[in-house]
Write a protein that binds this ligand. Structure first.
Ligand code: GSH
Length: 205
């Protein structure tokens, strides 16, 4: 059975969403981000970065959330399987793009809007991140003009990986009104039953 180390309030959420979409049996091995949970010899053997998520599938141990999801899409049949090299290429493109062009900006925005203690929040960091996000959000919005998905003509790991980062924008109360295509697509991704199950699980914690 697939084993996923992490928790639903961390980046492991992306992989939980994916395993729910894939529909394979899996076990969530609960791990917090605390050092005493991650800096154990046993866990470091799986993930020397001492971070979550980590996936164990038989003899294979994988870390990096996007790589885990791309692997699951290739490994298992079903609607999330990339049906052609083109779809896989586009999924990799959008996944790397989201990690490199968007994730750090959204995380920093989220920290200064909501996660940090009030006294540590910096309004100039919010302003800076909102400004820097305009370019990648426009790229995504333009890519979604007249189409419902990022790769091919159905929901794929490309959509899942990018939406699982963009959801931080919702949590950070980012104003998406200048990006109608993006908004329509993101709302559709976040309405998927697999995402709703993972989100509800996180809310119950
Ligand atoms: N690029 C990695 C980042 C993993 C990561 O930073 N995970 C956080 C939780 S969301 C973590 O394990 N933090 C623990 C720490 O930094 O000590 C991925 O996407 O899997």
């Amino acid at each position: 059975m697939l084993q996923l180390y992490g928790n639903s309030k961390s980046r492991a959420m992306r992989c939980l969403w994916m395993v729910e979409e894939v529909g394979r049996p899996y076990q969530l091995v609960e791990k917090t981000t605390r050092a005493d949970d991650l800096q154990t010899a046993e866990y470091l053997r799986l993930n020397p970065n001492a971070r979550i998520p980590t996936l164990v599938d038989g003899d294979l141990v994988l870390w990096e959330s996007m790589a885990i999801n791309l692997y699951l899409a290739q490994k298992y049949d079903g609607s999330m399987h990339c049906t052609s090299p083109e779809v896989l290429g586009l999924a990799a493109q959008w996944s790397f793009w989201a990690m490199l062009e968007v994730e750090h900006l959204l995380l920093n925005l989220l920290e200064h809007r909501a996660l940090l203690a009030e006294f540590a929040r910096d309004a100039s960091a919010v302003e800076r991140n909102e400004l820097l996000l305009k370019k990648p959000l426009s790229v995504l919005n333009d890519a979604l003009a007249g189409c419902d998905y990022l790769a091919g003509n159905s929901f794929t790991v490309a959509d899942l990986n990018v939406a699982s980062i963009l959801v931080w924008g919702k949590m950070a109360r980012l104003d998406f009104s200048a990006y109608p295509n993006l908004t329509r697509w993101l709302n559709a991704c976040l309405a998927r039953p697999a995402f709703v199950r993972v989100r509800d699980q996180a809310r119950r914690k």
